[in-house]
Structures are given as structure tokens and as C-alpha cells.
Ligand binder design. Structure first.
Ligand SMILES: Nc1ncnc2c1ncn2[C@@H]1O[C@H](COP(=O)(O)OP(=O)(O)OP(=O)(O)O)[C@@H](O)[C@H]1O
Ligand SMILES: [Mg+2]
Length: 311
């Protein structure tokens, strides 16, 4: 495990009774990455994050945060980490602003003199400035979630660990979280963000790790996981048969004819050559598209479409 990784684990494992909730995972989050930690409900994301932050003791394996081995390095490392984790404890009868003041006051690294400007900046960042005076117990689920994010943003952090930050947020709020994460990354923070919906994190991640029933079943940069060369062309034509022959001659593979056209894997073939070749062979082209498999397709292929929670 090297220190150019902001988060690194080696065969990290956690069992609850007979269930292995996290099964020997090797997480590698490069510094500067926005790492989407994906997996269906119950796949072990929160348990992993709790172990990273020293809130849960693993049964076996190692974990390093910002180069420090946990839990030994907790005192040195955790002040450089901002975290949003399920069920943050806020005081129901205090306002959002007063709750943040409590969180801020508990942080020994936060200079008290600048507390109020720091708190207002965090409230502003999550769009809660106007609701800052309202009692926490009157907050909606989305407002609570925003306050929890604000608490993680009070101080600049080298690493932010956000467990399902879009939980309970409306589409607008989800989009704002995406902007927020992009902004944090641009400021130089590494971000580890969990979600069960790839579509929520797709656009903002540089790296992705996919959990499935306690195992890390895929990990890598978004480009790697998208599989670069797997683009498919789709040709719409009234003569699928001859079109398929032309594509095969050009060197495309997995050529499939359909009622109104043909699809094929482009592989190394230059997409610009396809239509001229078809036209040259007298095949009428009614439509042409190059489709790159979405990360969503890949994710679903790993974790399945099933609705039932495993375990
Ligand atoms: N304290 C606990 N005691 C017993 N089982 C637990 C405990 N915490 C988690 N589990 C189990 O471990 C598995 C993984 O749970 P975890 O909360 O890590 O999943 P998750 O990926 O965060 O799911 P979600 O997307 O729903 O938040 C689940 O089967 C869960 O029931
Ligand atoms: Mg969870």
C-alpha cells in the first residue's frame, strides 16, 4: 500500500455473526480522485466507511487513511478528514446554525474567532442559509442531509468521505451535491462518495469501486471501467443483410442484424469509414450512431437488476 493513495485497504473484512458484510476488500482511492463507492443496499458500503473512520473494528485486514495506518494514526489523520455518515447526531431543538456551531466548537483544529463566518459559508454551500434559523426537528429529510454535508465542510479537508450524500435530496439537491463535490475536488480534496445509484455519481467520478454482497467486484478509473474500445455502431437500413456483410468486411465484430438495421462492435475500426463503405456498397443508410456502453450498463451487469436486498 503506497502513500499516493488517500485510502487504501488490504483484505479488509468485517463479519456480523455468520454474515461476512465486508469480505477481504482491497480499496485503492488515489489522491485527488473523486471515487464513487457503489453498491446496492446492504452490500457493505457503510460498514467499510465505518471501518475506515475507525468507528467499527474490522475482523481482519489493514486500512490506511492519508498514509496513516488506522486506528493507530487516528489522532493525526482524522482532523484532515471530513465525513458524512448515516444518522449524524444533531440536536432537535437547536437551529441548523446552532447545531453547526456545536460541531465546529468540538473541532480543536477550528479557530473559534472565525467560527461564524465558517458556519455561514458552509450553510451557504449547501443552500441552507435561508433555513439556518429553523430548528433541526422541523427540517425535512433533504434539509437534514444538507446540514450533515455542511458539518463535513466546515473546515477544508484533504479527504472527504461522504456516505450517500444525496440520500433524501430532490433532483435539484442531487445536482447541487454533484456541483459541490466537483468544487471540492477542484480545490484539491480527495472525495470518497458512496451511492447505490451510479447515475447520481457517474458524471462527477474519476474512479469507481463496485461492491456486491460484501465483495469489491470492480475498481478502477472511469475510463478503464467503461472499457474504452467496446463502442458499438448501430446502422439503420432497409437492407440489414448486405449492411452486415459490409461491416464484417471492414473488420467490425459481433455483427448482429435486426429487423431495421444492424449493430456491431467497432473495436479498432475508424467509425468515419463505416458510412462511406456502406454507401459505396449500395446500402441505403437511414441512420447511424456510435454507442459507448454507459457505466450504468457495466454497473448493472455487475450487481444485477434485482430489487431484493441480498443477505
Ligand atoms: N451492526 C450490525 N449488526 C449486524 N449486521 C449488520 C450491522 N451493520 C451492518 N450489518 C449488515 O451488513 C450488511 C452491509 O450493511 P451496510 O450498512 O454496510 O450496507 P450498505 O452498502 O451501506 O447499504 P445501504 O445502501 O442500504 O446503505 C447488511 O447485510 C447489514 O444488515
Ligand atoms: Mg449504507
Amino acid at each position: 500500500m503506497t502513500d499516493d493513495l488517500a485510502v487504501a485497504t488490504a483484505r479488509l473484512t468485517k463479519r456480523f455473526g455468520s454474515q461476512t458484510a465486508v469480505d477481504a476488500i482491497d480499496l485503492a482511492v488515489p489522491r485527488g480522485a473523486v471515487y464513487g463507492f457503489l453498491g446496492p443496499n446492504g452490500s457493505g458500503k457503510t460498514t467499510t466507511i465505518r471501518m475506515l473512520l475507525g468507528l467499527v473494528t474490522p475482523d481482519s485486514g489493514d486500512r490506511r487513511l492519508l498514509g496513516g495506518s488506522m486506528p493507530g494514526a487516528a489522532g493525526e489523520v482524522l482532523p484532515r478528514v471530513g465525513a458524512l455518515i448515516e444518522g449524524p447526531a444533531f440536536h432537535p431543538y437547536l437551529s441548523g446554525r446552532a447545531n453547526l456551531a456545536r460541531v465546529d466548537a468540538a473541532d480543536r483544529t477550528a479557530p473559534p474567532r472565525s467560527a461564524s463566518s465558517r458556519i455561514d459559508a458552509a450553510l451557504d454551500r449547501v443552500g441552507l442559509l435561508n433555513a439556518a434559523g429553523k430548528r433541526f426537528r422541523a427540517y425535512s429529510l433533504g434539509m437534514r442531509q444538507r446540514l450533515a454535508i455542511a458539518a463535513a465542510l466546515l473546515m477544508p479537508r484533504e479527504l472527504l468521505v461522504l456516505d450517500e450524500p444525496t440520500n433524501g435530496l430532490d433532483p435539484q439537491g442531487t445536482r447541487e451535491v454533484r456541483h459541490l463535490v466537483a468544487g471540492l475536488a477542484a480545490e484539491g480534496s480527495t472525495v470518497l462518495v458512496s451511492s447505490h445509484l451510479l447515475s447520481e455519481v457517474d458524471q462527477m467520478c474519476t474512479h469507481v469501486g463496485v461492491m456486491h454482497v460484501g465483495k469489491l467486484v470492480a475498481q478502477g478509473s472511469v475510463d478503464e471501467l467503461r472499457g474504452g474500445g467496446a463502442a458499438r455502431v448501430r446502422v439503420r437500413t432497409s437492407r440489414p443483410g448486405p449492411a452486415a456483410e459490409v461491416l464484417a468486411e471492414l473488420g467490425l465484430e459481433a455483427v448482429r442484424t435486426e429487423r431495421d438495421g444492424v449493430t456491431a462492435d467497432l473495436l479498432g475500426v475508424d467509425a468515419e469509414k463505416v458510412v462511406p463503405a456502406l454507401v459505396h456498397a449500395g446500402v441505403p443508410v437511414l441512420g447511424f450512431a456510435v454507442e459507448t456502453p454507459s457505466l450504468e450498463d457495466f454497473y448493472v451487469s455487475l450487481t444485477g437488476e434485482g430489487f431484493d436486498v441480498s443477505g
